[in-house]
Design a protein around this ligand. Structure first.
Ligand SMILES: [Zn+2]
Length: 270
């Protein structure tokens, strides 16, 4: 069953329904373009006022204060920032205040909405119920081969999480139906996933080109690191195919809008 379920209240978005029903203080999911083509990233050349208005609208829908919106400047690397309450709200209104060179965000604090931006790359959402730690990481092919997912697991463990209990939701991204790549991508992936050519992750086409399942690659890296399949949810949604739900960099070019993947913990008194 698809883990990212469309939730249409007054601001349609996808939520990880099984996590939210099991842990009622969690808010976790991904925006869609269903609502007014809203774009959530400041780095696409769009009107910043419109982006900030979209962020305010989404936080309102999620019953979070806008001041809780916290994000980084994503650079397709594997650097991770631990967010404390003193850093709450960084990046919400300007790129200058966002955490520089940061593709992964983790916090144990409530009332902080971790936000990360996408238009085909893979969102990785993390929750550890034993330690009540949350996280999100941006994994394009570069972040995937740099193994940002496993780096997130290691950070969770440093903060006291039991690896056996960490849950990961791999969100909508470009699917193997559409994600055509070449050796430039496949060779470094082969370095970290030695079985990649024997797997169903890759389908060779012609002249050194392949269709790649980047979501599955992230899952396999997490399995190699010792997670069990039962700890990992994988969306089947493709951002390039589902053009009414998603922006897609491959389909629309660099000016494509960006969805936001988010996770936060509501305060217990709300
Ligand atoms: Zn597709």
């Amino acid at each position: 069953m698809e883990p990212f379920v469309l939730y249409s209240k007054n601001h349609p978005y996808l939520h990880v329904a099984s996590w939210e029903s099991q842990y009622s203080h969690l808010v976790v999911g991904m925006s869609t373009r269903t609502e007014q083509n809203r774009n959530y990233a400041l780095h696409v050349g769009n009107d910043p006022k419109h982006v900030i208005e979209s962020r305010k609208s989404l936080t309102h829908t999620l019953s979070f204060p806008f001041e809780s919106w916290t994000c980084g400047e994503q650079v397709h690397d594997n650097h991770i920032k631990i967010i404390e309450s003193s850093n709450r709200g960084r990046g919400r209104e300007s790129r200058d205040s966002a955490f520089a060179d940061t593709d992964g965000l983790i916090t144990h604090e409530s009332d902080i909405l971790l936000a990360s931006f996408y238009a085909d790359c893979v969102p990785l959402l993390f929750y550890s119920p034993d330690s009540d730690i949350i996280g999100v990481a941006h994994a394009g092919w570069k972040g995937t081969v740099k193994n940002i997912g496993v780096s997130m697991i290691e950070k969770f463990q440093e903060l006291g999480a039991d690896k056996k209990q960490i849950m990961v939701a791999i969100g909508p991204s470009i699917g193997s139906c559409c994600y055509k790549v070449d050796d430039r991508v496949v060779e470094p992936l082969h370095q970290v996933l030695p079985d990649v050519f024997q797997s169903s992750m890759i389908t060779a086409t012609t002249n050194g080109h392949y269709y790649l399942d980047l979501k599955e690659a992230n899952k396999q890296l997490l399995l190699l690191a010792g997670l069990k399949s039962s700890q990992i949810l994988v969306s089947q949604r493709c951002t390039q195919c589902e053009d009414t739900l998603f922006f897609s960099h491959r389909r629309e070019g660099s000016s494509a809008g960006r969805m936001v993947a988010f996770i936060g913990k509501r305060r217990s008194n709300e």
